[in-house]
Design a binder for this molecule. Structure first.
Ligand code: S3P
Ligand code: PEP
Length: 438
């Protein structure tokens, strides 16, 4: 058992500039689209993080016959060259705890000429898979199992067609079915029908944009609580080079250091236009009273002297919830109440994030109540915890602990290595930024 990681406290306002590695969401879509290529061209995904999730995706596609070659890229990143196989073959895929791997790879596995077995971490076996399993069955693919481990038996040319799935547990059900859809004989049409809408819709928009960039015809129409996407059958030809934009949810963690301490943090290389919902990320930080400015050096966030409470619907940016909850606890120390809504489905993320946040923020004195679809954080002073902050193998629970640790003495994160899921250098970069580095 490793010693818990002492989260550095900030002596004063945090000031500094950071670079963050490429987005795992963009990288893993780019890897899938490159592996689905129909023209034999080797494609280059540049500026990816050497993170657990991207490594798992590369390994998964290699297990099915793609070739992935890794070279060092600009600081802290890797370039991945992907050559699609003529035909995918059967094999064994380790999904780890990566939602993108467990939801995007089964529809690729359905193109293989033999059975593919997919499994992952113990928690991965509990994460929802219903939309992918039902969707694939509706498209003429054999699937044994309801959650991981799954065995997928398709055939090099599955039928495809229209399927109705409930994607209220994860937008990745929609993204996964669409990404491979052009390789199915009749293409793929996905209709969402559920009691709640599809969460994290900007991630579906990212899928649609990247498919179109790969020359695939995608149609979509939506409405309240229902939506429909159509991918036409045809060739998949992603750009020969794809520069991955920085991970903006990862960036939000560093920007949160400025918000929590009244400091000033710049993220270098903030993209002008982004596939990620960068604008929404910034609006949420502004809601706490932060000021945001895009300049030549990057995107700068200045924290307020005193944080405001927030009342925010995070449905579209649900992966931000741990970061926002940590900031809300800091705001509550100053007497503000916050309400985070629209994220009931994150009980199925890397851990039950609503329960985990209530428990861990509770260890530093925060008054957090779980609601059906979020959290309420009431005014309360913060104080040193009597036990380590649990990360639950969740990168964003670990980074939430680090944010709280800026303003509370004695926070120790039990598993800072969980951050390597998306931010491989976090444990070194964070102390440097907050002024506690070597
Ligand atoms: O497609 C993607 O890359 C993602 C979609 C979202 O999943 P959910 O819709 O399950 O929230 C997001 O939270 C996750 O971190 C990444
Ligand atoms: C929910 C997340 O990841 P995953 O892709 O594993 O679902 C996340 O990164 O916050």
């Amino acid at each position: 058992m490793l010693e818990p990681w002492p989260a550095p406290t900030a002596g004063g306002p945090v000031r500094g500039t950071v670079s963050v590695p490429g987005s795992k969401s963009v990288t893993n879509r780019a890897l899938v689209l490159a592996a689905l290529g129909t023209d034999g061209v080797t494609r280059h995904v540049r500026g990816a993080a050497r993170s657990r999730d991207t490594t798992l995706m590369a390994g998964a596609l290699e297990a099915l016959g793609a070739t992935v070659t890794l070279t060092e890229g600009r600081t802290g990143t890797v370039d991945l060259a992907v050559t699609a196989p003529g035909t995918f073959h059967g094999g064994h895929v380790d999904c780890g705890l990566a939602g993108t791997v467990m939801r995007f790879v089964p529809p690729v596995a359905a193109l293989a000429d033999g059975p593919v077995v997919l499994d992952g971490d113990p928690r991965a076996r509990e994460r929802p898979m219903g939309g992918i399993v039902a969707g694939l069955r509706g498209l003429g693919v054999g699937v044994v199992g309801e959650t991981l481990p799954l065995t997928v038996t398709g055939g090099p040319q599955p039928a495809g067609g229209e399927v109705t799935v409930d994607a209220s547990a994860s937008s990745q059900f929609v993204s996964g079915l669409l990404l491979s859809g052009a390789r199915y004989t009749r293409g793929v049409t996905v209709v969402h029908a559920g009691e709640r809408g599809v969460p994290s819709l900007p991630h579906v928009a990212m899928t649609v944009a990247m498919l179109r960039d790969a020359g695939v015809t995608v149609g979509q129409d939506g409405g309240e609580g229902a939506a429909r996407w159509h991918v036409a059958p045809g060739p998949v030809q992603a750009p020969a080079v794809l520069d991955v934009e920085p991970d903006l949810s990862g960036a939000a963690v560093y920007l949160a250091a400025a918000v929590a301490t009244g400091g000033e943090v710049t993220v270098a290389g903030w993209p002008d236009t982004d596939l990620q919902p960068g604008g929404i990320v910034l609006r949420v930080l502004e809601a706490f009273g932060a000021r945001v400015e895009l300049g030549a050096a990057g995107l700068t966030v200045r924290g307020p002297d005193r944080l405001r409470g927030v009342d925010v619907d995070l449905t579209e940016v649900s992966e931000l919830t741990p970061t926002v909850a940590a900031l809300a606890a800091v705001a509550a120390r100053d007497g503000a109440t916050s309400r985070l809504r629209g994220v009931g489905h994150i009980r199925g993320h890397e851990t039950d994030r609503l329960a985990a946040l209530a428990a861990e923020l509770g260890t530093v004195g925060a008054r957090v109540t779980e609601t059906e679809d979020g959290l309420e954080i009431a005014p309360a002073p913060l104080s040193a915890p009597t036990r380590p902050w649990r990360a639950y193998a969740d990168h964003r629970m670990a980074t939430a602990g680090a944010i709280v640790g800026l303003v509370v003495d004695g926070v120790r994160v039990d598993d800072v290595a969980a951050t390597t899921k998306t931010l491989p250098d976090f444990a070194a970069d964070w102390p440097m930024l907050v002024g506690a580095g070597a």
